[in-house]
Ligand binder design. Structure first.
Ligand code: AGP
Length: 594
């Protein structure tokens, strides 16, 4: 949560680089935005900041002078309300040091009491403590040592950019837990929370490791550990395309990403299947096979993919699988079996709750595989193994194509672990075709009216459809703000059916042939109590009056298809309500705080 960007260079205007970067990072938080730019006329740094979006910041800075140095921030509030004062950049008491920060300083209260009792604070943020500490240590230490001394005192997470207004040709950076990537080109150095902000300005990048401190000048980058010892740097080529992060002809990223799903599934096929072989390291397969239980850890949508993964893995591999909420597992670990294997699922690869789990499993010396969309992410780098989703950048806060990709990759993993006679490559291709067929032939915008006029909504399903019901409900609530619950269809009658009244929308998901008549009975029970129903089925489970009938796919892969109409329901419900679809209130794409 929160995105930071800094630029120091020659050719580009720092304002453009930072604001373009912040626009791409806005998915990380959008409560407020700010920037500090070197003003060459007065040889000082100007700060522009306010609550609200980057678009507002662009207005605020429209008359700013061309500058070669700048740092910026887009905020998801953790400490302190959404106000101009709490927006970054923050400065030290004398305003000599200016900083932007992504992360949480857990011991900021203690540090304040111990070192800064007499300091004048300008904001309610934990971040400001960092600026104040640097200033206070700089009275007796060199600037670099003042920063390093400060870093050693910080508990928690930080991706940090620091400007010393007395040395305007340098940006200092530091990282622990929160992501930070540094890009370099002949034009200068760009440093940001996500690779996407570097695209167009850098050809090469380096993903910083934890406890790294960097001095960036336009032509020179020096990396240190916290003992001020120089670290080697090895850059990688940036293989992202600007077009990947472009909205194209679509009105919203979410809609674009929903429509990209067939190509995402095909990309998984291309990347994981080669000459009849599956491209997953033999070692990870061996480690999983040697385990007696797989523990899937994840949050939100990724956890729902985890449930489907459990279903597929247990079906194909016959290893017991447990799915746990990451934020619970991290602090209330269940009794583990003798030979557990941990599987983390995360679109961003940055979710702090999951990282807390990873720290724990590492401490216990257990092996971990992360399934993620971001190969440069913290979890991808810190786990023993990782599998890429190949979904391409997902910008909308509400996850769609990453969810479908997660199930696809979990299916590939399960398949590689098992001895199956069916053809998964073909089965996944059928999924792509089925989604494509639905997206090109059905218009759900009229059906959605049954949902949006109501204050609440229910999704019901049994077995594998129950997991889709959970994901469908999350999607609808997070972007349309309609209170929605996903329920195991058979469980309704044990209490929740009391909420059904005249017109309550109930969407039934019916893809499992063995149990479809039971789900239909449950549907009749709610119809008898006045519910207004929508039925989504596969061809082989359909009745002719079902609202949406999808082309059949392999029974284990139906969630990849069944979820798509529900994503569109959420999209059109939010559209009808005039809401900010790609950036729903209170949320952020990358949840880097616990
Ligand atoms: C999905 O639409 C969400 N916004 C959210 O639940 C998300 O899936 C969750 O925060 C986990 O994120 P991750 O996949 O990046 O770990």
């Amino acid at each position: 949560m929160c995105g930071i960007v800094g630029f120091i260079g020659h050719k580009h205007d720092a304002k453009d680089v930072v604001l373009n970067g912040l626009t791409k990072l806005e998915y990380r938080g959008y409560d407020s935005a700010g920037i500090s730019l070197f003003n060459p006329k007065f040889r000082s740094f100007d700060i522009y900041k306010d609550f609200g979006r980057v678009a507002k910041l662009k207005e605020l800075t429209k008359d700013a002078m061309i500058s070669n140095v700048g740092i910026g921030h887009t905020r998801w509030a953790t400490h302190g309300k959404v106000t101009k004062e709490n927006a970054h950049p923050h400065y030290s008491q004398s305003k000599r040091f200016i900083i932007v920060h992504n992360g949480v300083i857990e011991n900021h209260e203690e540090l304040k009491a111990q070192y800064l009792a007499n300091a004048l604070f300008y904001s309610e943020t934990d971040t400001e403590v960092i600026a104040q500490l640097i200033e206070s240590f700089s009275e007796t230490l060199s600037v670099e040592n003042a920063i390093l001394t400060t870093l050693k005192l910080l508990e928690g997470s930080y991706a940090l950019l620091v400007i010393d207004t007395e040395s305007p040709n340098t940006i200092f950076a530091a990282k622990n837990k929160s992501p930070l990537v540094l890009g370099q080109s002949e034009d200068g150095v760009t440093i940001a929370s996500d690779l996407m902000a570097l695209v167009g300005y850098s050809e090469k990048y380096i993903a910083l490791a934890d406890h790294t401190f960097v001095r960036c000048e336009a032509d020179n980058v020096t990396m240190y550990n916290l003992n001020h010892e120089i670290l080697p740097t090895s850059f990688l080529d940036i293989d992202l395309d600007e077009a990947d992060a472009d909205m194209g002809e679509y009105q919203h990223y979410m809609l674009k990403e929903i429509y990209e799903q067939p190509s995402v599934v095909r990309r998984i096929v291309q990347n994981y299947f080669e000459d009849g072989d599956i491209k997953i390291s033999k070692q990870v397969l061996k480690d999983i096979k040697n385990s007696d239980r797989i523990y899937i850890l994840a949050a939100g949508t990724s956890m729902h993919a985890g449930y489907v993964g459990k279903y597929i893995l247990e079906e194909l591999v016959e290893i017991p699988v447990e799915v746990h909420i990451a934020s619970e597992f991290a602090y209330h670990t269940p009794l583990l079996t003798e030979k557990p294997f941990f599987l983390m699922i995360s679109q961003s690869g940055e979710t702090a709750d999951l990282r807390a789990c990873l720290m724990k499993t590492k401490k216990m010396n257990y092996k971990t595989l992360t399934v993620t969309n971001v190969k440069t992410s913290t979890l991808a780098r810190e786990s023993n193994y990782f599998l890429e989703l190949f979904a391409g950048p997902e910008i909308a806060v509400a996850s769609t194509k990453a969810y479908v990709a997660q199930i696809g990759v979990l299916a590939v993993l399960a398949y590689a672990l098992s001895e199956q006679s069916f053809d998964l490559k073909k089965a996944l291709t059928d999924v792509a075709l089925s989604i494509e067929d639905f997206l090109s032939s059905q218009d759900v915008s009229s059906i959605v009216h049954k949902i949006i006029t109501k204050r609440n909504c229910f999704y019901i399903g049994r077995t594998i459809d129950y997991y889709t019901a959970l994901e469908a409900a999350l999607k609808l609530k997070e972007i349309s703000y309609i209170q929605t619950e996903g329920f195991a269809a058979g469980e309704l009658k044990h209490g929740t059916i009391a909420l059904i009244e005249e017109g309550t929308p109930v969407v039934a998901l019916i893809s499992n042939k063995e149990i479809s008549s039971n789900t239909r009975s449950n549907l009749n029970e709610v119809i008898a109590r006045g519910a207004s129903t929508i039925k989504i089925s596969m061809k082989k489970t359909s009745h002719k009056d079902d609202d949406i009938i999808l082309k059949d796919v392999h029974p284990l892969l139906t969630p990849m298809v069944m979820v798509v109409p529900t994503q569109l329901f959420a999209y059109y419900a939010a559209l009808e309500r005039g809401l900010d679809i790609d950036k729903p209130r209170n949320l952020a794409k990358s949840v880097t705080v616990e």
